[in-house]
Design a protein around this ligand. Structure first.
Ligand SMILES: Nc1ncnc2c1ncn2[C@@H]1O[C@H](COP(=O)(O)OP(=O)(O)O)[C@@H](O)[C@H]1O
Ligand SMILES: C[C@@](O)(CCOP(=O)(O)OP(=O)(O)O)CC(=O)O
Length: 495
């Protein structure tokens, strides 16, 4: 495709919900079931028409703005001779480790692939925007005199200002940093010709792998540690069963003598043929008729260091932990197997499947295994899915009790049990690491989804804030910037 030099490259990357596999997914012997959302982070990149007056010669100036936040612009200069990035200026002296590392890593790769090209550019303008679901909208709703309901959230403008700084924002658990890192890596690499730039065109698996590899590296560098990487993987590939990569692939880049990896190490990590990338992505979709409903919970409590405490317990009690991991893994796998079986049932006889879903949608799941139920395979599978979900929850509670960490706190148990009694609900649990922060439900159709949201709106014990996101199977992609005036107009804002 011919690409005008000042064309805007826009990429989006989805948020994630780790439906099953928290803690286990940190270990390559186990996997996690992660669902991507249609709530996305967006990164827009444009080449400036002329070099800004103040910029030093031979350096590539870059201005990044996050217009939804107060005091959120950062000005950088990239030196193509050393492949290093320097922050030149920012609003209120803030820095943004994730943005800094992505720019440095992606530009170093682009510079290595096409020596000399970056020197010829006058500069880059970057805008970052997020769908409203990534950040708590409690304050915005209160300021507008609106209740914390899905309907009120739906009345807010898209990508609406958060009314505060990035440091102060309350996140909802969709994984803003992973989605931001991934969308920005993709937009930069596409804009600079490292991967294809055709809007809605398909990247080859190798191109997608480059985006993945660079995003994983940048995310780990910014965090200062190598996590499981499921959140970046979801941002790149959308919904899938995730088996982590061995941290060895990132080791040289993470332990560089300087405070940044050598360019050769970045190129080695980015290389899609690098055999050290041994993670696995098996695409998965939620079965037809099943709808994901998410909420962030504001319980006034927080559980810092949950992962550290669970892993410390695992280390101290290896035998008990191995047994628990095996039981939890079996329950997690059963959820995945039942999703597959539901897909097969729908493929075999769609009319019977739809009848089963419609029948179950009208009743609480306690009635699904009863004598009154129609003898349809999908009814039995849905009843089994309820059992599997309850087993996952039991094992998570058991792990929490053993490790002394509230993985499914009692307040959440009461809320989830109430959700499970709503007609048409087949799954309800705490996602990811668990704790007080969030819950998810899987409902049969939208009516059941609305009943769940009604329950949340009326829930007194904790403030349960619905999110609007649905499940979405796709991962990072390039979009037509004309469809996103919020992003393109942010590129030409003053700082
Ligand atoms: N819209 C945005 N613009 C710029 N940076 C963002 C944006 N959203 C998230 N980030 C980056 O991600 C960081 C948040 O990461 P983290 O605390 O790990 O939250 P999360 O769990 O949502 O990933 C922020 O400090 C910032 O560096
Ligand atoms: C414990 C974990 O396995 C899963 C955590 O999942 P969450 O979805 O809870 O993640 P955050 O976005 O960090 O809140 C840690 C990991 O895999 O990195």
């Amino acid at each position: 495709m011919s690409h005008s030099p000042h064309a805007v490259t826009l990429a989006s990357a989805p948020g994630k919900v780790l439906v099953a596999g928290g803690y286990l997914v940190l270990d390559r012997d186990y996997s996690g079931l992660v669902v991507g959302t249609d709530a996305c982070l967006y990164a827009a990149v444009q080449t400036l028409e002329q070099q800004p007056a103040a910029s030093a010669s031979g350096q590539l100036p870059i201005l990044v703005r996050s217009p939804q936040f107060d005091a959120a612009w950062w000005r950088y200069a990239f030196d193509p001779t050393t492949s290093t990035l320097r922050q030149a200026d920012s609003a209120d002296g803030t820095s943004n480790a994730f943005v800094h590392v992505v720019l440095e890593t992606a530009l170093a790769l682009a510079n290595a692939r096409q020596p000399g090209r970056l020197c010829s550019l006058p500069g880059l303008s970057v805008a970052l925007l997020a769908d409203n679901d990534f950040y708590s909208q409690r304050r915005t709703l209160a300021e507008r005199g609106l209740a914390l309901t899905a309907e009120a959230l739906g009345s807010l403008p898209r990508m609406c200002p958060v009314g505060g700084t990035l440091a102060a924002v309350h996140k909802t658990g969709l994984g803003s940093s992973a989605a931001m890192v991934t969308s920005l890596v993709a937009a930069l690499l596409a804009h600079l010709g490292v991967v294809g730039s055709v809007v809605d065109g398909r990247w080859s698996p190798e191109e997608r792998a480059v985006v993945h590899n660079v995003a994983q590296l940048a995310h780990c560098l910014a965090q200062g540690k190598v996590g499981s990487g499921f959140d970046v993987s979801a941002a790149v590939y959308g919904s899938h069963v995730y088996t982590r990569f061995s941290p060895a692939v990132l080791a040289p880049a993470m332990t560089a003598a300087a405070d940044r990896p050598a360019v050769e190490d970045i190129c080695r990590v980015a290389d899609p043929a690098n055999p050290l990338w041994d993670g696995r992505v098996e695409p998965v979709e939620m079965p037809p008729g099943l709808v994901l409903r998410l909420a962030d919970v504001d319980a006034g409590s927080s559980t810092p260091g949950m992962v550290r405490r669970v892993l410390a317990w695992q280390k101290q009690h290896p035998r008990e932990a191995t047994e628990l991991w095996a039981s939890l893994d079996a329950a997690n796998k059963r959820v995945r197997t039942l999703w597959d079986a539901l897909h097969r049932a729908a493929d075999q006889d769609r009319a019977a499947y739809d009848t089963a879903v419609a029948w179950c949608a009208q009743r609480p799941n306690a009635e699904w295994p009863g004598d009154q139920a129609p003898a349809l395979p999908a009814v039995r599978l849905l009843a089994d899915l309820v059992d599997a979900t309850q087993a996952v929850r039991r094992w998570m509670r058991s792990l929490g009790a053993s490790a002394g960490v509230p993985l499914e706190p009692e307040e959440q148990t009461r809320l989830l049990d109430a959700c499970m009694r709503v007609p048409g609900v087949c799954m309800a649990a705490v996602p990811g690491a668990g704790g007080y922060d969030a819950i998810y439900c899987v409902t049969l159709g939208d009516t059941s989804g609305r009943l769940v949201q009604d329950l949340w709106a009326a829930w007194d014990e904790m403030s349960v804030g619905p999110l609007l996101a649905n499940q979405a199977s796709g991962g990072v992609r390039l979009l037509d910037p004309r469809m996103f005036p919020e992003a393109t107009s942010a590129l030409s804002l003053g700082q």
